[in-house]
Write a protein that binds this ligand. Structure first.
Ligand SMILES: [Zn+2]
Length: 154
């Protein structure tokens, strides 16, 4: 408990995204644009987790996370938890929720998809199958595993 309090309380104000699937933090940072602007971001990779082997962690100072952003994180790490930090304390804690659809922020991996040819916004239907997360492109109707997905390059 002591150790946990320390690890999430190191920032005064902001968010700590904890229990991120190991290896996904950098992808999430790019997807969310955490590295843009002058945001102060701390990333921990492959940290020991009591429950699930290794985990990543992201701390963003002076930032609040929208529900839509939390849903985007859920696609890459459905078990992530978000701690809202106020005055060095956890003011609120919640688990991300997998969205039914996701629009715009991800590229369609199918190079022949019309969204790539015409550089139009993407739209995917999110499906969960035997704890595998699959995304179905609304336009080309192809299925992709989440590991094939990359943030929109526009
Ligand atoms: Zn497509």
């Amino acid at each position: 408990m002591e150790e946990k309090t320390l690890s999430v309380s190191a920032i005064k104000q902001g968010i700590v995204i904890d229990h991120i699937r190991a290896g996904q933090a950098l992808k999430i940072v790019r997807l969310m644009g955490f590295s843009e602007g002058k945001k102060r971001v701390t990333i921990g990779l492959n940290l020991k987790s009591k429950s699930a082997g290794l985990k990543d962690i992201i701390k963003v100072e002076n930032y609040t996370l929208s529900e839509a952003e939390a849903a985007q994180i859920a696609i890459f790490s459905p078990l992530a938890t978000v701690n809202v930090i106020e005055n060095y304390k956890v003011a609120k804690k919640f688990q991300v929720v997998l969205p039914e659809t996701i629009a715009i922020v991800l590229d369609c991996p199918n190079q022949r998809c019309i969204t790539n040819a015409e550089r139009t916004p993407t739209f995917f239907i999110v499906e969960e199958n035997n704890s595998q997360i699959i995304l179905r492109c609304k336009y080309c109707e192809k299925l992709f595993s989440r590991d094939e997905m990359n943030e929109k390059s526009l």
